[in-house]
Design a protein around this ligand. Structure first.
Ligand code: FE
Ligand code: CA
Length: 531
């Protein structure tokens, strides 16, 4: 429960108590946090240039987020070096005619003047609108919906899956399109920022091309570096529109910290004690810029990211962290190769605790659909068909033992209707999961949909020439495409439908969106079929 100074007027206080019952009294925390915070700051420029966001909805509320930054790209983001009071309002209508909750939060300099307000006492399964005020300024409003009550007989859930948004490599048109969909929520699988700079595209379909945009800085290391990278990314109006349209469940992948990091190891062999300092800065900036629950506030180079959410008895989502608790990549993490190391038994993707939590949760789930919403591909595709099997060593395929533990648990406990949602690859894939993709059994164990990228890798093409050969050699892979876009999932009790939305271009504004393919999984049968 957040300890916020609430100054509700009598009407909304009475209304809140009606909504939430006597338990709501605990929301009115001691009036300590607001003291000493600047109440009427005068800003050099508009302080809400990074937009607003909501996240981690539950049946009785969600987190609302903003970050005061009148000069988003300047050191100190144009804010005084002191705490500043921010007011917030939540309404049951778009015009804020009926404000159901309001209060104050403190934007602290230690946290980049971000605020994470945990709302409670709201009604389940309905939309709300929220906004912030600071000094004489007011933010635009955002919309977010609470989730249905646990055990509710939910008929349908519709959500978007997006991530891998390299600011330099393409425009965020896909986010503008995603904002126009009416969604229950958006799952972001990470790579919200990229830590490097200046990787030139070599767009094989149309020849080499310059990046449409550039990051301001070189590779980011310090807290101020990461903050500025988030600021530059979050100033994008299409991204802001997607945040304002629905609540997000956000996880990180590698580039929020460093390419292909796992545990306390980076890819360059930096001493772990030194890499941890960078991780600490990156994790703090991630928290500051993401609508996470305050319980995710990092402590040193550690942040509790994996968590669960449910939509009644229809859908349970397990949001995973396949980076922080993972063993080092096998075989030196060379690209698309393989060595006996991938079979080593004492290896982890989730770490022992998270793996236990996931497997126990899958066994206990009463939901029709059990989703693993995570980063790296579970399909063990042969990436270079020939005499020897080759794997993406940064994916589950490079970790045979934990991959086998996960899939054999699902098979042996007869857990049906498990769908894996994945990012990271910068391509669209749909495929069926077997214990060993090289020798698939008669019946798959689960299904995987891999969403492409919002912008990473640039315009792309329908299918890369090398992927034609890879798809032919991997019969469990049913669909592949290399354009930019997002995935729409439309789930009811009988079917899970996945619609792959692609853009013709992200190198120029106003790319045209189309549905590349609609695929489905029927309840009780993990095979991929046309929708
Ligand atoms: Fe990526
Ligand atoms: Ca990645």
């Amino acid at each position: 429960m957040s300890r916020l100074l609430d100054e509700l007027d009598t009407v909304s206080r009475r209304r809140l108590l009606t909504l939430a019952g006597a338990g709501a009294a605990g929301l009115f925390a001691p009036p300590l946090l607001g003291r000493g915070a600047l109440a009427q700051p005068v800003f050099a420029d508009y302080p809400f240039q990074l937009g607003v966001a909501a996240g981690d909805p539950q049946p009785d509320g969600f987190v609302i987020w903003t970050r005061l930054a009148p000069e988003p790209l300047a050191l100190g983001h144009g804010m005084p070096s002191q705490p500043v009071r921010v007011e917030w309002e939540v309404a049951s209508d778009q015009n804020f005619a009926t404000v159901v909750r309001k209060g104050e939060a403190v934007a602290r300099p230690e946290l980049g003047h971000s605020v994470h307000v945990e709302l409670a006492g709201l009604q389940p399964a309905r939309p709300y609108w929220y906004r912030f005020m600071a000094g004489k300024e007011r933010s635009l409003s955002g919309r977010a919906a609470t989730t249905p009550l646990a055990g509710a007989d939910v008929q349908r859930v519709r959500f978007g899956v997006a991530g891998c948004q390299h600011y330099e490599q393409g425009l965020f048109t896909a986010y503008r399109k995603l904002a126009e969909e009416e969604l229950d929520f958006i799952f972001c699988y990470g790579d919200y920022i990229y830590e490097g700079r200046g990787s030139r595209l070599n767009n094989s379909a149309r020849g080499p091309s310059a990046n449409p945009r550039q990051y301001l800085d070189g590779e980011v290391y310090s807290l101020d570096d990461y903050r500025r990278r988030y600021a530059q990314t979050k100033m994008d109006p299409d991204l802001q529109a997607a945040h304002a349209a629905a609540a997000w469940f956000t996880i990180w992948d590698d580039h929020e910290i460093d390419n292909n990091w796992v545990s306390d190891l980076d890819q360059d062999g930096t001493p772990p004690a030194i890499f941890k300092l960078r991780q600490q800065s990156a994790m703090q900036a991630f928290y500051e810029n993401t609508p996470l629950r305050p319980s995710a506030l990092p402590s040193g180079p550690s942040l509790q990211l994996y968590r669960r959410a449910a939509f009644g008895r229809l859908l349970e989502l397990n949001f995973l962290d396949t980076r922080q608790h993972r063993s080092d990549q096998a075989c030196g993490d060379r690209w698309n190769t393989v060595c006996p190391d991938i079979e080593r038994a004492r290896t982890e993707v989730l770490g022992a605790r998270q793996e236990r939590w996931l497997l126990d949760g899958l066994s206990a789930s009463q939901a029709r659909w059990k989703a693993l919403a995570q980063q790296i591909m579970v399909m063990d595709l042969d990436r270079n068909p020939g005499p020897e099997y080759t794997a993406n060593l940064d994916s589950w395929a490079g970790y045979r033992a934990p991959r086998t533990r996960l899939l054999s648990h699902i098979r042996d406990r007869r857990i049906s209707d498990v769908v894996v949602l994945t990012g990271d690859e910068h391509q669209n894939f749909a495929g069926e999961l077997h214990l060993d993709g090289r020798n698939p059994g008669p019946r798959p164990i689960a299904t995987e949909f891999v969403a492409t990228s919002i912008s990473s890798a640039g315009d792309g093409q329908d299918q890369r020439p090398d992927m034609v050969r890879i798809q032919a050699a991997n019969p469990q892979l049913k669909f592949n495409n290399s354009q930019r876009g997002y995935l729409l999932c439309d789930v009811d009790r009988e079917r899970w439908r996945s619609e792959f939305k692609v853009l013709d271009r992200v190198s120029v504004p106003d790319g045209a969106l189309s549905t590349r393919i609609k695929l489905a999984v029927a309840a009780g049968d993990p095979r991929i079929v046309p929708a």
